[in-house]
Design a binder for this molecule. Structure first.
Ligand code: ADP
Ligand code: MG
Length: 804
């Protein structure tokens, strides 16, 4: 609640002549009537917010009484400043001023635009209108064609004058020009008291709309609308003093009537809130238009101007009493904010965001931890995968070394064999030799099961699982491409061994490396729902992350199965190689045995041949002896070689290959176990991850549901608001209707009262006339009586005596 600010301003006297009677004395904020010898007249001292003496300038009046209201109007408060007082007391001078002493209106207009310039965070729209109330009719001073305008009231605009021109302005100069042009249309007239007497009340109105600029984050989109009224009232006047007649008299009557209505409103308002009854705002257009300024939502200042002359004492007293009553009025002032649909939506959206933030605050920590955990797991998994890859590389390298070792052994064997074939290649092949070899092969087949279908096969040609031999030559299985030698002597060429080896060479390059998987890292902060302004987007983001993780998991599972297959292949290969190594290790021993048996056979043969050449002297016998010597030396060389080979092989096997083989075997078993256990761990971790992700999904679903329900609530609230607004507008319409009806009834009532008064007057007149007539009749009657008496006395009539 805010009190109306009231000030009194004393006009300088028109003439310096003093009547010598009484005068108005100004002391601080008090004005009192004093006698010539400076004694105060009792009951004539009045205190106000400000009292301005004669010498005071308009600028000071503006500074102390109006400036705050002007600035508040820019901030969104309604404001009204009006000048009240008898005619020629200086109202127009105070409001409009002169060239060298600008009035409140021009000072205020300049100040408004300065204040607008200072408020860089808001954008403004200023509209001005200028109207007068002349003979209780509202005329537009900015558009002469707009006459007799009507007052309306609506929920949105409050009390307003329909059809009034409003000019959008953006500078003080523009406004002052408009005021100037409006002044031309104002009604002035000459009276005894003022050569240029205002015959109408003028209301200069500024509507200031403002909105926070878009780039201002603190703005709420609410539009502030304030109305500033600067009112110059026409002065109350005594007809006798102004000497008004004709038009001036009519004007004066209207002026007085509306000022009386203003006085009544002030009287009622000054009674205090509790005692207040009906406030008769509708008694005049002036009070109706100033309704918000009087006891409503506006900061209001009243400048009461008084004339110091002694002959205006009664009017001045009236003005000061009016001012004293006005001082008691309190207004309820507030910023006028209009919430547009967009502003309301924005405000509600902010509230929902806030609620959502609070709601999610409880889950944010958990989700963040979950994400961190997932991220850690992923990193661990990445490391494990790299470790596995390294181990796989190691395994491949060791396998290559093993292959190399096997190849070396094969080469060594090849060397032994070539040694054997080269030593036996000189002799011719007899049927017996072939049969001997046949029996040897059969023996081999029985003991090892390697030779099949009567054909001699090297251990290299043993069927191996296709799964392992990636590029095994097909021709190795065909008879025409068989690397098997028909005769033992044909085996000793290098090409054949090469062809035989071909069947076992695995193209390791064709074994594809597992492609490195890109592990997508989680974003550091974006994933946390609390940081996000849009929950739905967060949900989508987390969903995408979930999909990525699932894809990755599938990829790892695929790799895991690939690794498994590879492991199985490796195990198969190792066992095959082991068998092959065993077979290869057997070869020198078998060769040695065959050499021993061949030697026996050869010796038998020589013995039988020697028996044919018994003399020992013949050339045949000599030849036989030399053959026998060569043979024995050959066989002994072979035996030595094979024994050496066997020993070397044994020592090699024992000291190197076997040890390495065993080591590798153990190593690979160890690796296998390690790999499978690690893979099991990874699998378990994946299951854990899957569970975590499921949990996250559930959280996200819940928050999404919450979001949906909030949205639903918001929509319901909006609908409720709309229906309430509809109801309000309906009831306001009904209220307007009822008010109009009430007005009509009141008018009728007033007419009836008027009629009753007239009738009463007539009755009074009639009864007076009647009484008068009665009186005259009575006097006439008495006159007549006296006359009759007189006549009787003059002419006494003898009443004949009755006979008898
Ligand atoms: P009102 O509008 O109250 O009828 P005006 O403002 O027209 O009266 O004033 C009447 C005359 O008195 C004008 O000539 C005006 O210049 C003069 N006047 C009024 N107040 C002052 C003042 N404070 N200082 C100087 N002259 C004044
Ligand atoms: Mg005036």
């Amino acid at each position: 609640m805010e009190k109306i600010c009231v000030a009194v301003r004393v006009r300088p006297p028109v003439s310096l002549e003093t009547s010598g009677g009484v005068f108005w004395k100004v002391e601080d904020n008090r004005v009192s009537l004093h006698r010539q010898h400076d004694t105060p007249v009792s009951g004539t001292s009045y205190a106000f917010d400000h009292v301005f003496e004669e010498t005071c300038s308009n600028a000071r009046v503006y500074e102390l009484l109006t400036k705050d209201i002007i600035h508040a109007a820019v901030e969104g408060f309604n404001g009204t400043v009006f000048a009240y007082g008898q005619t020629s007391s200086g109202k127009t001078f105070t409001m409009n001023g002169s060239a060298d002493n600008p009035g409140v209106i021009s000072l205020g207009v300049k100040d408004i635009f300065d204040a607008i310039q200072m408020m860089s965070n808001r954008e403004f729209l200023v509209r001005v209108s200028y109207m007068e109330i002349y003979n209780e009719e509202i005329n537009d001073l900015l558009a002469v064609e707009n006459q007799k305008l009507q007052i309306h009231e609506s929920l949105e605009h409050g009390v307003f004058v329909a059809g009034l021109r409003e000019e959008i302005v953006n500078s003080a100069e523009q406004v002052l020009k408009l005021i100037e042009s409006g002044e031309v249309n104002r009604h002035f007239g000459e009276t005894n008291m003022n050569v240029r007497s205002s015959r109408s009340h003028t209301i200069f109105r500024m509507v200031i709309e403002s909105k926070g600029k878009d780039n201002d984050s603190s703005s709420t989109d609410a539009i502030r609308v304030s109305v500033l009224n600067l009112v110059d009232l026409a002065g109350s006047e005594r007809i006798a003093k102004t000497g008004a007649d004709g038009v001036r008299l009519k004007e004066g009557k209207h002026i007085n009537k509306s000022l009386m209505a203003l006085g009544n409103v002030i009287n009622k308002l000054s009674d205090g809130v509790k005692q207040r009854g009906h406030i008769p705002y509708r008694d005049s257009k002036l009070t109706r238009i100033l309704q918000p300024a009087l006891g409503g939502n506006a900061k209001t200042s009243i400048i009461c101007t008084i004339a110091p002359e002694e002959d205006h004492i009664e009017e001045t007293k009236g003005t000061l009493q009016f001012a004293s009553r006005a001082k008691r009025i309190t207004n309820c002032v507030q910023v006028n904010e209009i919430l547009t649909d967009a502003a309301l939506l924005k405000r509600q959206k902010l509230e929902i965001e806030e609620l959502r933030r609070k709601l999610q605050g409880s889950h944010a920590g958990v989700l963040e931890q979950e994400i961190l955990k997932l991220r850690n797991d992923m990193l661990k998994y990445e490391l494990e995968r790299e470790k596995l890859q390294l181990e796989l590389e190691e395994e491949r390298r060791s396998r290559k070394e093993r292959d190399q070792c096997v190849r070396e052994q094969q080469m060594r064997l090849q060397n032994h064999n070539s040694l054997v074939t080269s030593s036996g290649g000189n002799g011719s092949h007899s049927e017996e030799q072939n049969s001997k070899r046949q029996s040897f092969c059969e023996e081999c087949s029985d003991s090892n099961g390697i030779c099949q279908g009567g054909a001699f096969r090297t251990p290299c040609s043993k069927a191996a699982p296709n799964a392992f031999v990636v590029k095994r030559s097909n021709y190795s299985r065909l008879p025409e491409y068989s690397p098997l030698p028909d005769t033992f002597s044909n085996v000793a060429d290098e090409d054949t061994w090469l062809k035989m080896n071909k069947g076992y060479i695995a193209d390791l390059d064709s074994l594809q490396m597992t492609p490195a998987t890109k592990v997508q890292s989680f974003p550091l902060n974006d994933g946390t729902p609390g940081c996000s302004n849009e929950n739905y987007r967060d949900v989508q983001k987390l969903k995408r992350q979930l999909e990525n993780v699932t894809e990755e998991k599938n990829e790892f599972q695929r790799k895991y199965s690939e690794e498994k297959i590879l492991n199985a292949r490796l195990t198969g290969e190792i066992s095959e190689l082991r068998q092959e190594v065993l077979v290869i290790r057997e070869i020198p021993r078998r060769l040695y045995e065959s050499v021993v048996s061949s030697k026996d056979f050869y010796e038998d043969l020589l013995c039988s041949m020697k028996s044919f050449a018994a003399d020992g002297e013949s050339s045949t016998a000599k030849k036989l002896v030399s053959i026998s010597e060569i043979g024995s030396s050959l066989f002994s060389t072979l035996e030595t070689n094979f024994l050496m080979a066997m020993d070397g092989d044994k020592s090699f096997s024992n000291n190197d290959s076997l040890v390495r083989e065993q080591c590798k075997e153990e190593e690979s078993t160890c690796w296998k176990e390690k790999l499978s256990s690690e893979l099991n761990t990874i699998k378990e971790k994946y299951h854990g991850l899957e569970k975590d992700l499921d949990l996250n999904n559930k959280f996200l679903e819940t928050s999404k549901e919450m979001y949906d329900s909030l949205e639903r609530e918001f929509r319901l609230l909006q609908e409720e608001r709309d229906s309430l607004l509809n109801k309000v507008s309906e009831s306001s319409q009904t209220l307007t209707m009822v008010t109009d009806q009430k007005e009509n009834v009141l008018k009728d009532y007033n007419t009836e009262v008027e009629k009753k008064k007239n009738l009463e007057e007539e009755i009074k007149q009639f009864s007076a006339a009647f009484a008068c007539r009665q009186k005259s009749l009575v006097s006439f009657h008495s006159d007549l009586k006296s006359k009759i008496e007189k006549l009787r006395a003059q002419n006494p009539v003898s009443v004949p005596k009755s006979r008898g």
